[in-house]
Design a binder for this molecule. Sequence first.
Ligand SMILES: C[S@@+](CC[C@H](N)C(=O)[O-])C[C@H]1O[C@@H](n2cnc3c(N)ncnc32)[C@H](O)[C@@H]1O
Length: 393
Amino acid sequence: MSRKLPASYEARHLPVPEIEKAGADLGLVCIKTRIDDDVQPLRHPCDKQNYEEQNIIVDSSGGAALLRGADLFAPGIVTCTETFVGDIASIWCDSSNDPQSRSGKGKSKFILKGARFPIDESFRSQLVFLGLGKVLIPRSDIFCENPVKTGVAVQMYRPVFDCPPISNHFLESCSSEAMLQNYASVKICETFARNLKHGAESTNQELLDMCAAPGGKTTYLLNRLPNEKWYAADKPSRVELLRKNTAKIETPLEIISGDSTKLDFEDGKFDGILLDAPCSATGSRPKPVNVHISERQISSYQKLQRKLIAEAVRVLKPGGVLCYSTCSVRVEENEENANHIVSKYGLQLVEQNSFNPFSAKKTLVKGINRIEVEGDLIEDTIGYYCALLRKAE
Ligand SMILES: C[S@@+](CC[C@H](N)C(=O)[O-])C[C@H]1O[C@@H](n2cnc3c(N)ncnc32)[C@H](O)[C@@H]1O
């Protein structure tokens, strides 16, 4: 990490951040994120523009990716001024343009693809400034008959919120040594691992990661518990990624491509199951403010989560453990589901861990929620929930 980080900071305004050792026994390193208080937009997209001032607008998921250190990819651009290669542009996020709820009822008003500048005044308050970037793909190649569909369109040069760049290139360069993941993932994996049988008791246990792609937790667990018999499942569209990310680990792993609500395993096969369920991701951060998740979406996540739970309970051995986790901060996807597992299937709740960054002290910096977490840096993570449950013998 300390060898590779400097190269990815060559194109950035701030110096390379310090790397701190943390959780020494877990082999973790932490990098503090920083706010650049001095960076200013050239001009607001709703103000009358002039030819030299470039503005680019992204949707809320693109905005969240930029806040987490990514560069801007061509498909993420909602609209932009007449940009040319090499221009420095102000990057803005339309915080009401949430790809997850665009087609939902009561959807909010958002800036349309390819909209011309200046942007209508009614959008002013929902535009969040994310920093300055250097244009690599011009507007004429994005809004045309055969638009460029892949590649970095804007290289972030001066982001407001400086998170270590997580470009594909950077991740690839680290992939033989490490896998980037949230600390919450480590907490979840450790809760699972701690509650499995250990030492002499552990005899090639059959363990399943039910929703495994892209493989962050699977890779951690394969390294942590190499003597067990591991299975990992995900949807067909996601297993290739899972295969790629777990390929360099020597621990044998059987990958299952399919729907984990209908697994092709006999009842009671597994000693332990990790169900890291698909969820609203309301705990993920940093992100631009105002992302709206409807009650309808939350209840449809809960429905899918309960289908996966039913299947997990079916294939779990009596006496086995189920670790149910999400990166949501919503009670419907977390505690309500743990209660459901206890009341409907009679499993015993052994422990629960969670962190809700949005209940911690918050400050707004240039429209971005910055959370002041008191205490250890290592506890400053995304929101997550994890329940460990045991099936009766
Ligand atoms: C929160 S992500 C898992 C992240 C992963 N555990 C990690 O740590 O890298 C949820 C996963 O559930 C998968 N998923 C959603 N519905 C599924 C289903 N019916 N069967 C199998 N996997 C499913 C998604 O494809 C997604 O990869």
